[in-house]
Design a binder for this molecule. Structure first.
Ligand SMILES: Nc1ncnc2c1ncn2[C@@H]1O[C@H](COP(=O)(O)OP(=O)(O)OP(=O)(O)O)[C@@H](O)[C@H]1O
Length: 265
């Protein structure tokens, strides 16, 4: 009674979304609590990016509501940051300026020097301080994605939305960056939503995995991931249990999508 309650980081209630005549998302509901790291997985085209865009205020549901910290999101709010597969860096700006740019929009209260100092601090965290004065075209894909991560984390968002952030990287770079994301998350402790095709990535990084069905998508499974530390003798068995469960559902949904594609062809 009279207790102040913090709204969930995200509250998706009975959301439906269509592109034209095609229903993509069919009455989906779930909540994400503050500090949760949620991975969204599901077959290609089931609407993961669409759902993320609604959380970012870029798209609006046809019916139902998406609330972020209790409010309808609109674009460009400082409490959120996004990381996408395509890096989205400004080619004419240096690495340092690219990171500082995010701060300029999201933390206009800071001076130019303060922004540069923070940008540098985050470039150090992702191991790119020595490339601060270089331009994105001079960096490898992995390095560019690190700049994207530094830019997103530098604004210290309460909510971080990531859409296939490792998708354009080779396997080794993806592995290194996943470790870096994990380290940043442990230091910063924010709410995170990760869209991924990679079940292992979802299991290794997140505290919860939401599996979407083939479209019109609903929630097929919702799994809280509680793994012991990696050096525990129980880690492998527990990991396999989660993986087997999620993969059996995911495989069904991928097969449904493929069968539909074959019928449509
Ligand atoms: N602007 C648009 N107009 C019409 N259809 C669209 C538009 N954007 C996406 N779609 C379609 O909506 C469906 C959902 O797209 P979305 O990108 O959200 O899926 P996804 O699960 O993120 O896909 P993927 O895993 O392949 O990245 C797909 O079939 C896609 O082709």
């Amino acid at each position: 009674m009279g207790r102040a309650t913090t709204p969930p980081a995200i509250e998706v209630s009975d959301v439906t979304f269509s592109y034209g005549e095609t229903t993509i998302i069919d009455r989906i509901s779930f909540q994400v609590e503050e500090g949760e790291f949620l991975s969204l997985i599901g077959p290609s085209g089931c609407g993961k990016s669409t759902l993320l865009a609604m959380m970012d205020g870029v798209l609006k549901p046809d019916s139902g509501t998406v609330l972020v910290e209790g409010r309808t999101p609109s674009t460009g709010e400082g409490s959120r940051a996004t990381v996408f597969q395509g890096f989205a860096l400004m080619p004419w700006k240096t690495v340092l300026d690219n990171v500082a740019l995010g701060l300029r929009y999201k933390r206009p209260d800071l001076s130019r020097t303060e922004r540069a100092d923070i940008a540098m601090e985050y470039l150090e965290k992702v191991g790119l301080a020595s490339s601060a004065r270089r331009y994105p075209r001079h960096l490898s894909g992995g390095m560019q994605q690190r700049v994207g991560l530094a830019r997103a984390f530098a604004v210290q968002p309460r909510l971080l939305l990531m859409d296939e952030p490792f998708g354009a990287l080779d396997a080794q770079n993806a592995e290194v960056l996943r470790d870096e994301v994990q380290a940043l998350v442990e230091q910063e402790g924010r709410s995170i939503i990760l869209v991924t095709h990679n079940l292992d990535e979802a299991l290794q990084l997140s505290s919860r995995v939401l599996l979407m069905s083939a479209g019109p998508s609903t929630i097929r499974d919702d799994v809280r991931v509680e793994l012991p530390s990696r050096d525990s003798p129980h880690y492998a068995a527990r990991y396999d249990e989660y993986r087997t469960r999620l993969w059996s559902h995911l495989r069904d949904e991928v097969e449904t999508t493929r069968a539909r594609e074959r019928n449509a062809a």
